[in-house]
Design a protein around this ligand. Structure first.
Ligand SMILES: [Cu+2]
Length: 143
């Protein structure tokens, strides 16, 4: 009985720790917000160094940490199946690149093969907008 109780207590603690952290406040997207990849073109075959240019209309770019309505910074999702969760900062790893300096282009160094690219605008705290401002996903082929 005692062992059962300890086990049950541990299970409750583990469930509490593993539950997603509380959702952060989300900023409203502008109604006409649109983010898109200017280049490369969808389906393009490119070299290993790929210049990606980010397009945005209906909202503005501001560095991370700057709170201003209808502004945010770009995040480039590389080989990511679904947009990051609402109410959480966008992950920061090799598949989720942050451009918190307000950059509107970058050069990626990709392994040969097929890759997908998608942009998502995040707010001052790297949290997606409501509704999410994400681009169409493109596929590129790296030689
Ligand atoms: Cu960010």
């Amino acid at each position: 009985m005692r062992r059962f109780l300890i086990g049950a207590t541990l299970a409750v603690v583990a469930a509490t720790v593993m539950a997603a952290s509380p959702a952060l406040p989300m900023h409203k997207a502008a109604a006409d917000a649109k983010v898109y990849i200017i280049s490369p073109a969808d389906g393009a075959t490119v070299g290993r160094d790929v210049t990606v240019r980010f397009g945005l209309s209906g909202m503005g770019v501001a560095p991370a940490g700057v709170e201003k309505e209808h502004t945010g910074h770009h995040h480039l999702l590389i080989d990511v199946a679904t947009l990051p969760a609402a109410g959480q900062p966008i992950p920061n790893d090799e598949h989720h690149k942050h451009f918190g300096g307000g950059q509107t282009e970058t050069v990626l160094h990709l392994a040969p093969g097929t890759h997908t690219l998608q942009l998502e605008l995040g707010d001052a705290n790297h949290v997606p907008f409501d509704p999410p401002v994400g681009s169409r996903k493109i596929t590129i082929h790296v030689k």
